[in-house]
Design a binder for this molecule. Sequence first.
Ligand code: ADP
Ligand code: ADP
Ligand code: MG
Length: 502
Amino acid sequence: MIQKILIANRGEIAIRVMRTCREMGIKSVAVYSDADRSSMHVRYADEAYHIGPSPSNESYLVVDKIIEVAKKCGADAIHPGYGFLSENATFSDRCKKEGIEFIGPDSHAINTMGDKITARKNMIAAGVPVVPGTTEPILDEKKAIKYIQKIGLPVMIKASAGGGGKGMRLVKEEKEIINAIRGARSEALNAFGNDAVYIEKYIDSPHHIEFQILADKHGNTIHLFERECSVQRRHQKVVEETPSPLMTSKVRDEMGKHAVMAAKAVNYYGAGTIEFIMGDDLKYYFLEMNTRLQVEHPITESVVGVDLVRQQINIANGFDLSLKQENLSQKGHAIECRIYAEDPNNNFMPSPGVIEHFSEPLGLGIRHDGYVYSGYEIPIFYDPMISKLIVWGETREEAIDRMRSALFNYKITGIKTSIKFLERIMNTPDFVKGKYNTHFIQDNEDFLLPPKASKTECIEMAMVTAFINYLDKLEKISLHSTSEKGINLWKDYGRKKNVSRL
Ligand code: ADP
Ligand code: ADP
Ligand code: MG
């Protein structure tokens, strides 16, 4: 029986895992870098160990250091959270070799699903519908062009090792093919150290729908229904909800079966997610599998009433799944908003710094998974996500109302955040109607984002900004040197021209 778990992660997910450990009477161990000395996960844990400098490749990603701490403190399991080492097959193997339980699948499942080309081949063999495209990496650009001519544009050029929306190019015209291949290749090499790319047909009006699965080590596999993750920016999720407004019970059943087939095909155990892409016609295709706990897992927990981390730990203990497919159902509706330390009004620039005041919303049906507090300084070294706000409601309408109100009551000062942007999403008619696809943010830019400036406007704005700064200085020194009316005129002009966007 697992009695002590080292959490090889930081931020909200480390605390989220520790909460369940505490409920289960399991001791939790935190590891931290220089930048995380005063992080909440360090305080929350029963024990905490320093593992090195701030950059993650010198701390959270160093396998030897993590194993060393686990052995020193006598942890019998490691939970990797998401990101960092969670989808690292070598790490899973290493834990096994050291006699430490890795709370996640074995290296075979990680390797097969982590490489998208290998995953596609395996899914085709297992009878799971896969996005039409190639099952070999592109070696010859001319052949790639011929292939694309055959299947027709638009297509996506995608990195086999891709993740986090990186290494992906949409190609709409033939003349863009070569640049897209080369661009995707170099981005993939930089981000993942592997430049293999392949071709996928671009699914029109795409909806990202994923299925949560759970599997024990004895061949029992179930799914916990879908999550709708089509509100995206640069192929990354921003808002997630479940059930999907698009789904029918017939398609849900079918997709659930395919998700279970996909997991079984790689003898999967643990918690995992099968991602699908779906058209308006409800035709769906396997996209990839994430062999870990996902950022958006709480919405499934809310609607299905299952603690996924507890399930992960039970599976790691070798227990049979206690849940039966026929006993599971979706109750009510849940929505998650990811809160980022970034400025949506300034091209989503990261906004690290000190949080002056922090107060999260509370109330019926509101869950807040976070880790920051008043006075905390957000480090520049890691993902800028600071928290997740999850609401549950009896109906979709109630959930949206609750999310609007929760966002309204969420106060963070000192840094820029995406809270207001998320509030605007909750008020966008297409979202309220549940009629949206992955183009939602782009299609509703006018409503969601400040107007884009042209080149001449930029120059004009720079001049106005400089002038306003000058006037501000004057204002401080002596107000009578310029008339107040004049200053206000310029300030109004600046506001209209959206000077803050520079
Ligand atoms: P996904 O978007 O693939 O469904 P999540 O939204 O759960 O995954 O993302 C989990 C976190 O892990 C995000 O911060 C994401 O940027 C990061 N991530 C996912 N895959 C990779 C990868 N292969 N390399 C680096 N970071 C990744
Ligand atoms: P990652 O590993 O980076 O999460 P995915 O393969 O899951 O990459 O794709 C991320 C997102 O990119 C999808 O949710 C979807 O919005 C878009 N996308 C990927 N492939 C396609 C496709 N073939 N057609 C349309 N959209 C796609
Ligand atoms: Mg994905």
